[in-house]
Design a protein around this ligand. Sequence first.
Ligand code: IMP
Ligand code: MG
Length: 179
Amino acid sequence: MSQASYVIDELISAKSIAARIEDLCRRIRHDFPADEKIVVVGLLRGSFVFIADLVRELGDRDVEVDFLEASSYGNAMESSREVRILKDLRGEIAGRNVLVVEDIVDTGHTLNHVIHMLTARQPKKLKTIALLDKPTRREVDFRADWTGFEIPDEFVVGYGIDYAQHHRNLPFIGKVRFT
Ligand code: IMP
Ligand code: MG
């Protein structure tokens, strides 16, 4: 068995991420009424670091945290992809203000599916935020309401995002370069 060797080059620093989260939270505050609770829904597992920083930046708001786990099955021979829900929300979202938090929008299948499913539950408001977006990879017409950074078609890790369950704990976003 051959072991792929690679290095990780920093793409977005921890400092840039923190500054961008401050900007994004200013916009989120504008969109969600100050006197109403926000149900912040993190997509496991990649969003766990982002959601932790987001909710603390929204420390002046009443926030509830819930999680959803979706898994998408890509088939190289097909353009359509199936998304399965592995873990559903614990709480109800009908009539509530919901912010869905994702690490990366890539083909768009995952969030497209999740947003359709959650819309059917009739929340009062449903918004999505993604830390990263790879617009050139899109297969379905999906746009998050807010995006941290648009990036090129590179495989990235860190800040919650993994490569085969490694590197989620890096404090920055790095790109994987095979050597
Ligand atoms: P999609 O938008 O349905 O294609 O899926 C997005 C999901 O694919 C993300 O939530 C990640 O879990 C995963 N993903 C996409 N690009 C990357 C990457 O560069 N590194 C690690 N995971 C990725
Ligand atoms: Mg993911």
